[in-house]
Design a protein around this ligand. Structure first.
Ligand SMILES: *[C@@H]1O[C@H](CO)[C@@H](O)[C@H](O)[C@H]1NC(C)=O
Length: 192
């Protein structure tokens, strides 16, 4: 059931930002002639449409293929300080993927790659952040059993784990346990 909801949300988001917004610019609502001219703009509308089609195709691949093996999903968020203080903090993504692989577990990004699903950069498709949100939501909604999350010590406000994945996992009746691992200390906290 959530799949059709995701598609509704996707298309609402895609069409509201890509099509509706430009049409509402200025006095377009009161002036139908302006609407036609903006739709006739060949570069903008062709590229915008190509982005929507690409995003919808990728969302469909995510919906069809992304499904963690029961009891194997691992989530991650944030960064930890680099051992060499003169370097920037490092994302915990790499260490999460290594840990998951060693434990026979799974992480979203390698799962997408395994299925040949490529989410473009935001430079190449403005809907990329929405596609990442969809992928994260699908992954959390389809997770089950004991789920792990590797959490850095420096978290971005509104990070995907805290904003999307964790609430989905807490709501997901098939998820029996969530263990969060502090990526800097290795300490664990059972949060569900
Ligand atoms: C830390 O990083 C700096 C900048 O890359 C480098 O010059 C320095 O040698 C590094 N120190 C250690 C202990 O690795």
């Amino acid at each position: 059931m959530f799949i059709s909801k995701i598609f509704l949300v996707l298309f609402a988001l895609l069409f509201s930002s890509a099509l509706a917004a430009p049409l509402l610019v200025g006095s377009a609502l009161r002036s139908p002639a302006r609407i036609e001219r903006s739709l006739d703009d060949p570069q903008l509308s062709t590229r915008g449409f190509a982005h929507i089609v690409q995003a919808a195709r990728i969302a469909g691949q995510i919906k069809r293929k992304v499904r963690p093996t029961p009891g194997k999903a691992v989530f991650w968020t944030g960064r930890i300080p680099h051992p060499n203080k003169s370097h920037d903090p490092v994302s915990v993504q790499g260490s999460t993927e290594k840990w998951a692989k060693a434990k026979g577990k799974e992480v979203l990004e390698p799962t997408l790659k395994m299925h040949g699903i490529h989410i473009p950069s935001q430079d190449h498709n403005p809907y990329a952040p929405k596609l990442w949100n969809i992928a994260s939501q699908v992954y959390a909604q389809r997770a089950s059993g004991h789920v792990h999350a590797i959490v850095g010590t420096e978290l971005r406000d509104g990070n995907t784990y805290q904003k999307i994945e964790k609430p989905e996992l807490m709501n997901n009746n098939k998820v029996t346990k969530i263990t969060e691992h502090n990526a800097a200390t290795g300490g664990t906290t059972v949060v569900k």
